[in-house]
Design a protein around this ligand. Structure first.
Ligand SMILES: [Zn+2]
Length: 66
């Protein structure tokens, strides 16, 4: 049973996570990334989820997009 890293999007063995990384869902490899890079990825994730919400609105309520 592994643990999911939200940054690289993979499930990895528990020993790949430090105590703090475990809680934050960041594996040791991604935790070693420069902060700016991680911030950029996090930002990208947010934009991605906003886009998904937007497309869901169009799919569910097409009349709202016109
Ligand atoms: Zn990772």
């Amino acid at each position: 049973m592994g643990h999911y890293c939200k940054f690289c999007g993979t499930t990895q063995p528990n020993e790949r996570f430090s105590g703090k990384g475990h809680r934050n869902h960041v594996c040791k490899k991604c935790a070693a990334m420069p902060r700016e890079k991680r911030d950029a990825i996090e930002e990208g994730m947010e934009i991605d989820s906003i886009l998904k919400q937007y497309y869901c609105v169009i799919a569910c309520f097409p009349f709202m997009a016109s």
